[in-house]
Design a protein around this ligand. Structure first.
Ligand SMILES: C[S@@+](CC[C@H](N)C(=O)[O-])C[C@H]1O[C@@H](n2cnc3c(N)ncnc32)[C@H](O)[C@@H]1O
Length: 375
């Protein structure tokens, strides 16, 4: 449970964020509206909606935080107007369409926590015709980076004290999108708008944006920073820009180079960014000045591959692995009659070979029953 508390206090205490959501709700919500809070966490956005006059809110979350949302609404005397749904929004069906969908899925650069797919699915299945959404749209911002401190995040696998045998992993590491809090002086030029995503429009299967970054000062080019300027409702906007004093102070995204290169004031760097609606994988290219070789990177290249990832034959029928077989055996014992203890006893008696020790079997059965069964 400490994980949920640790994670969600971060969202609840971001400077200005709660006030911006309250403003957006007050500009959007009509008295008596029904609401779906997507990825509700501890339920705070739904709580704001109920306080602002919503008649009912469905809070949906796939993590344990959903239980904190339920208990909070009970304590706040709002349980009759708030229904918690534990699970993924993509597998949720609501009893009726709602007037408003709301979420805070904007990650570090707006698109990278999967908001586009989340909102599109919810708009198509949960929202009444003419219903409203918070947020409404995203502007994606980028700026050139020159910062040894930031570069260190990307280059760390290739340096002391990492043993030499692991230095090859620097290339994989540079193909990642990092979270980093930029100081204004770590940006080597003014920000550019990379593109806009409007949640009222159907999303393409693959987004592709490009921009030209203007360099304002000579130095080494270490990649680019990305952040969001999110239109919550009308002119109520929320940003994590490192240049905006009203920023909610969430980290930004850092996209490294494969290799750093020297730049002069007045240079132009061409970049492209491609990503799918669920935010991953992300691919980016960097075109250095003076026609130097274009650099191509992708989070796809940063994966640690299992042997079966490399040799997967799509035509072959799948077979259960060891854990899958154990899970199937446990679930086969669930007949609506046996208690938890009886199921554990049966598994221990009939399949003591499922796990290395009786304790491991007990723990495994408990986990499977908790995940896949209701009491
Ligand atoms: C950034 S937190 C925001 C929590 C809360 N809405 C707030 O504003 O403080 C995102 C939450 O969405 C949940 N989540 C992410 N994807 C989800 C999905 N597809 N279905 C349900 N919950 C999801 C996570 O478990 C997490 O609690």
């Amino acid at each position: 449970m400490t994980n949920a508390l640790g994670e969600h206090i971060e969202y609840l205490t971001l400077p200005g964020r709660n006030a911006l959501y309250r403003q957006a709700i007050s500009a959007t919500l009509r008295d008596g509206d029904t609401v779906a809070d997507l990825g509700c966490g501890v339920g705070v956005l739904g709580l704001f909606c109920l306080e602002a006059g919503a008649s009912h809110c469905w809070g949906i979350d796939s993590s344990e935080a959903i239980h904190l949302a339920r208990d909070t609404m009970q304590r706040a005397g709002m349980a009759d107007r708030y229904t918690t749904i534990a699970g993924s929004t993509f597998r949720t069906e609501l009893p009726e369409p709602v007037d408003l969908i709301i979420c805070d899925h904007v990650g570090y650069m707006g698109f990278d926590y999967g908001i586009v797919r989340l909102m599109q699915d919810a708009r198509q299945r949960f929202l009444k015709p003419g219903g409203r959404m918070i947020p409404e749209a995203l502007d994606l911002m980028v700026a050139p980076v020159s910062s040894d401190v930031c570069l260190q995040k990307a280059a760390v696998w290739g340096q002391d004290p990492v043993p030499e045998q692991y230095h090859w992993l620097e290339t994989l590491n540079r193909n990642q999108r990092f979270a980093y809090s930029f100081e204004p002086e770590e940006l080597a030029g003014a920000p550019a708008r990379l593109g806009r995503i409007d949640f009222a429009e159907d999303a393409p299967s693959l987004f592709r944006f490009e921009a030209v970054l203007q360099i304002d000062r000579a130095g080494q080019f270490h990649g680019f920073a990305g952040w969001f300027d999110c239109q919550l409702a009308g002119d109520v906007r929320m940003t994590n820009s490192p240049l905006d004093p009203a920023s909610i102070r969430r980290s930004q995204a850092y996209f490294p180079t494969l290799e750093s290169f020297a730049v002069n004031a007045g240079d132009e760097i061409g970049i492209t960014l491609r990503f799918a609606a669920d935010g991953d994988p992300i691919a980016w290219t960097i075109q250095p000045p003076r026609n130097a070789k274009r650099q191509r990177l992708s989070t796809f290249n940063a994966r640690a591959l299992a042997p079966e990832d490399m040799s997967r034959d799509q035509g072959r029928p799948p077979v259960l692995g060891k854990v899958g077989e154990a899970r199937a055996f446990v679930l086969a014992q669930v007949d609506g009659q046996r208690t938890r203890e009886a199921i554990i006893a049966k598994v221990l008696e009939e399949r003591p070979d499922l796990m290395p020790t009786p304790d491991a079997i007990r723990e495994f059965v408990e986990t499977v029953l908790k995940r896949d069964c209701s009491a």
